[in-house]
Write a protein of this length. Structure first.
Length: 343
């Protein structure tokens, strides 16, 4: 009636949603949408998930769709991969991706390579997901970033969300994909609220795998990151803006396939590149981005060498002060930008 009278109706406002709730929403919507989808992992059912990502799903969908497993990654990952080979769509949760090392044979030799080795006759539509990278106070065996490890392997797609929209859209796209997808989440982001647009609240909202997002426009330097360091880059950009330095911040979202075109276009505009990641420096995601830029057309636009900001090249210490010094901080990014710009 108001529309007929020529009155403008305001669009529904964006809402604040935590990454945890965004993941829960995505799982709920995909379990409801496709009866072939099921979730399995340690404590995902009756306990509502170790991080409460699967809260309420077992009560809603029952034992056949949300399945508690023994503490045996090798076993339940093998079950999930086998189920995917007969066209179910498993979501296999690791309590931390450090524990996926127990199932590396299933993830790489069985899931990643089967489509190629069968000449395309065997697809493995599976999602391996869970917290990746540094947490807080859990030491070396729980704090490693596996983005470079899994990004190294043909046959896998690898996604790494930052915001709530990233988490929801990428998880839904991953579940619908006919290839094995590794989804590397950050435990430290689970409780962080982000603004979620009206579009992202839709049940059909997906984010294309393999497409980066420019989170902040800038003209002086390109900052490229994934997962939690995206937030650090945005904070550093705010600090640097007060000094007259405008940073363009790119959220990679996907590690494999890598959207190098977006990075190249940005570097051609800013003429400077800084990569930021929580993983180790040697053979890291930042090293790959720098190599791609050097090998491509954007190299001729660089006015200075690219700079990498990474985690320290040591296993994660337990002591908090050492842990803080092993993870890239805002001050480290600001320092790297000034180094790149020679200011």
């Amino acid at each position: 009636l108001q529309q007929r009278r020529g009155l403008r109706l305001s669009a529904p406002a964006a809402i604040q949603v935590t990454v945890r709730d965004a993941l829960n929403q995505a799982l709920d919507e995909e379990l409801e949408r496709d009866e072939r989808v099921f979730l399995l992992g340690e404590e995902v059912a009756q306990y509502d998930g170790a991080y409460k990502i699967s809260r309420g799903l077992w009560k809603k969908y029952g034992d056949k769709r949300v399945i508690d497993t023994p503490i045996s990654e090798m076993g339940f990952t093998g079950i999930a991969v086998g189920a995917a080979m007969v066209w179910l769509r498993p979501v296999c949760e690791f309590m931390t991706f450090n524990f996926s090392m127990q199932a590396i044979d299933q993830v790489i030799n069985s899931a990643a390579k089967s489509c190629y080795m069968s000449a395309g006759s065997i697809s493995v539509p599976i999602v391996f997901r869970g917290p990746n990278g540094a947490s807080a106070g859990v030491a070396a065996q729980h704090s490693q970033c596996f983005a470079a490890w899994y990004g190294h392997c043909p046959g896998l797609k690898v996604v790494s969300p930052w915001s709530a929209e990233d988490a929801k859209g990428l998880l839904k796209a991953s579940i619908r994909d006919d290839n094995p997808v590794v989804m590397l989440e950050s435990e430290l982001l689970y409780g962080v609220p982000f603004e979620m647009s009206e579009q992202a609240q839709s049940k059909e909202f997906v984010i294309p795998i393999g497409k980066a997002k420019i989170e902040r426009q800038g003209t002086h330097v390109t900052l490229v990151a994934h997962s939690r360091p995206v937030g650090h880059c945005l904070e550093a950009a705010t600090v640097l803006a007060k000094e007259g330095v405008e940073c363009e911040v790119i959220n990679m979202r996907t590690i494999r396939p890598m959207d190098i075109e977006t990075v190249e276009a940005s570097v051609m505009k800013t003429n400077h590149l800084v990569t930021v990641e929580g993983g180790w420096p040697q053979f890291g995601v930042g090293a790959e981005i720098c190599a791609r830029i050097m090998e491509g057309s954007a190299f001729n636009y660089l006015d200075a060498p690219a700079v990498r900001v990474t985690g320290a090249d040591v296993p994660m210490p337990y002591a908090k002060i050492l842990e803080d010094n092993c993870i890239p901080q805002v001050k480290d990014i600001v320092f790297a930008v000034k180094k790149a710009l020679n200011i």
